[in-house]
Design a protein around this ligand. Sequence first.
Ligand SMILES: Cc1ncc(COP(=O)(O)O)c(C=O)c1O
Length: 475
Amino acid sequence: MTGHDGAGELRRLAHAVADLVVEHHLGLAASSPGSRATPEDLAGLDEPAPETPTPADAVLAQVTDQVLPYLLKADHPRSFAGVPSPADPVAAIADALATGLNLTTVNWSLAAGPSQVELLTARWLATALGMPAGSGGVFTSGGSTANLTAIAVARARLGAPAHDQVPTVYHGDQAHPGVGRALRVLGFTSGQIRVLPSDDDRLDPDTVRAAVTADRAAGRRPLVLIATAGTTNTGTVDPLAELARLCREERLWFHVDGAFGAAAALGTRGHTLLHGLSEADSITVDPHKWLFQPVGLGCLLLREPDALAATFHLRSDYLAAMHGREQSRDLGTSGIEFTRPCRAFRLWFTIKVRGLGALRQAVDHGLALARHLAARVRGRAEFELLTGPRLAVVCFTHRAAGNDAQAHQRISDLLLNPPRGFLLLPTRVRGRPCFRACTINPRTTEQDIDTLLDRIDELATATPPREPTGKARET
Ligand SMILES: Cc1ncc(COP(=O)(O)O)c(C=O)c1O
């Protein structure tokens, strides 16, 4: 296919794409963070796969007209929903290079450059989070797959239980729902999964110990505890140091899902908030969240990274020819993917170009913004603070919206309206409807936060409430 493309045409396409990427990043603050669409809005894309060529310019024009108006801009400075992905443009451009050169990391000896970049970057991350020397890991598509990988390693590492022992795993009721899904995918039945009630959103070590003791008495084999460093809903950190001790005493694998929050350990304040994190056997951290990478980059870090190859090794005549002497470094047999890209190239590039110090500052900025938001909420009588700041998450409500979930949803919809829309979604904290803001974007300013509160106040007290004016068409 590429043989038919002229070099000039390819260069033009590459430059046009590069311009689009750069314009996207430069224009973010002046644009809308997203819009809600209906299937009818996207009907223009619904066509049979064309048999004949379409000029690339025309395809790019269609992208601009019909795809880009409907982005969830997780990198937008006024996007506070979910856990945003405030991607650094340097990372995006590095990723274009990695994909453009088709960097694969299936096997160390034949793809040593990109493989070594991944292994090294995992070691950098482990060190940055305070893990002991020798720690390392594997990059994944995201936190869900990293958690799944961790549980698979833990199960393999702890060996087969006696035939009459039922392997049992533990996590709190505030764990990300992807943890339960990973356990189901790995074949754990509901009878093997203990979902423990939390106390103010945190796992209570006494509750964990009581469950483990009862299970042992019943002849079960407690395997893994999955704690959370930064729950998605409220940013709560489980008591990691206490849980680490408990796991050592009870011989449980201690996995910490820090997909959102572990990166906070890069800063001094966050390091204190995450005390005990470095004692985990394994940690999930998502660079596509608080390490400023475009979506598609999670990471599993382990104190003993050799456990990966021990769990996921493959054998075949065909592979024997591919392996060199450095088989233990083969990333295609260190996780659930075989053929895989050089996922971490963008993170390695970002750390090199920006310096780890800049990432630490950016992480601290997110924590400071959450403190600013909580302080402003506390200082205004019309608002009520429900939780936070916990890491970079604040949950709050406006008294005029009261306990009315629909009112919160309506205000959230109206906030999205151009020209200076905000993406802020409602949630519930202990049953109470409220707004939830995650403030990890380094481009978000205190002014953005103040304007957000003014805007909510305006919308909550307007009577009758204005209906949404439709989709934001601008990008
Ligand atoms: C604590 C936590 N764990 C896991 C996940 C899932 O990560 P991903 O969406 O990268 O699969 C999330 C996503 O927000 C999260 O906040």
